[in-house]
Ligand binder design. Structure first.
Ligand SMILES: [Zn+2]
Length: 415
């Protein structure tokens, strides 16, 4: 059982806001949240404590682009599975993410309030889950998975449930209703498809989706409920339109140029690159039976992914950690760090997966930094992550203590 009051002592704290390490840190935890963080000598022997032996203490990691229901890369096949089975499979994906050190994830469409509640109630072990519900897509857009020629729309709705099929909406009125349906079902943020994608059959990757009025309507409805919108977009044109409509976070964004990054900066937008999914699909796409057209689209965006990160950083656009993995490829989640550190320092990569992600989500008082009032979501790692992040790539050995809301998920410090 988790003690009400406990402490972590002798830690080298990674201060995610400043990107620096603070030695001899004691953290006092009460009721699952951090009560005090101090470098002063503090008597904690009235409470159980864990001495972490001077190792580095990190805030729990945040992955801001996951699909916890994506148990298969075959998204149409997934849509035909019963929700009970999808949920059961999602529980394994959630558990895997938590054990890799991700104590919070933003689901970029697919998960519903049932999965979120299952995690909150401890029925499923997993990260804190911020849900988007169904992605909003225009007819023929990135989340319209109907094969060419299929007329019916019976598989597609914006009612409660789980799955990556879009809530298809055309025109300002339908977009408003689709967004309101997601909000009615507990969405924490609204996902819209603002440009072409790889996995969708008929939309060009450099095209735009939704009219400016539709994009604006989606953002307005999200903001009316004190939420924000995230948009799937690759091309400069699609990203610029989305950001000008008020979208806070651009997902993928592989094809952006300097001018687009400047517009993002001007509007206070964030970039959430997802490099690992392109690497995974380049390895496995053919075996998964992806068409030549899909693999061609993949090659175009994969080649530009790292460059987009460099451009965004050079223009001062905050960059956030995301992965977007599907099916068995979820095991590559921590591999995103190795890809990122080709374009940014380990410290910047850690900030992208902690404080910067939390700020984008408006959750920095609760997650992403170890400060009084925040959840006691934390990791103790082997080695110095400000010099290199290889310990995160091997979480079984590299993460010695993993705590979520004060609950010890794993502790091998005594071993
Ligand atoms: Zn995605």
């Amino acid at each position: 059982m988790t003690p009400h009051r406990q402490a972590i002592v002798n830690a080298l704290l990674f201060d995610s806001a400043s990107g620096t390490l603070r030695p001899h840190t004691t953290i006092v935890i009460e009721g699952g949240r951090i009560n005090a963080v101090t470098q002063e000598p503090l008597r904690v022997d009235d409470a159980p404590f864990i001495d972490v032996g001077g190792r580095v203490l990190l805030p729990g990691l945040i992955d801001a682009h996951v699909h916890v229901v994506a148990a298969s890369a075959d998204l149409v096949g997934l849509a035909l599975q019963p929700p009970s089975l999808v949920g059961a499979q999602a529980s394994h994906i959630l558990r895997g993410m938590l054990h890799r050190g991700f104590t919070t994830v933003r689901d970029a469409a697919g998960a519903d309030f049932g999965l979120q509640e299952a995690v909150e109630r401890g029925l499923y072990e997993g990260p804190r889950l911020f849900i988007s519900g169904f992605p909003i897509s225009q007819t023929g857009g990135h989340a319209d998975m109907r094969p060419k020629g299929m007329r019916g729309s019976g598989m597609f709705c914006s009612c409660a449930g789980i799955g990556l099929m879009g809530a298809i909406a055309d025109g300002v009125g339908e977009v408003r209703r689709a967004v309101r349906e997601q909000i009615r079902n507990g969405a924490n943020q609204i996902k819209i498809m603002a440009g072409g994608g790889i996995s969708s059959p008929t939309d060009p990757i450099d095209g735009t989706q939704f009219s400016p009025e539709e994009l604006r309507a989606a953002v307005e409805e999200a903001e009316a409920a004190n939420l924000y919108a995230l948009a799937h977009a690759y091309s400069p044109r699609a990203v610029t339109r989305a950001v000008q409509a008020g979208v806070r976070s651009i997902e993928h964004g592989n094809l952006i140029d300097e001018a687009t990054a400047r517009v993002m900066k001007q509007h206070g937008a964030y970039l959430v690159p997802t490099l690992s999914t392109y690497a995974a699909l380049a390895d496995e796409g053919q075996r998964l039976g992806w068409s030549a057209a899909m693999l061609d689209k993949l090659a175009v965006v994969q080649a530009k992914g790292l460059e987009a990160v460099k451009i965004a950083r050079a223009e001062g656009v905050p960059v956030v950690f995301g992965t977007d993995l599907l099916g068995h490829m979820h095991t590559r989640q921590s591999g995103e760090f190795a890809l990122r550190t080709l374009a940014m320092s380990p410290v910047a990569a850690l900030q992208s997966a902690t404080i910067t992600a939390a700020r984008m989500m408006g959750q920095e008082a609760h997650v992403g930094q170890l400060v009084p009032g925040a959840w006691a979501d934390l990791l103790v790692v082997e080695g110095d992550p400000t010099q290199g992040l290889e310990m995160l790539a091997d979480p079984d050995q590299g993460i010695r203590l993993l705590m979520q809301g004060g609950r010890v998920v794993r502790n091998t410090l005594a071993a």
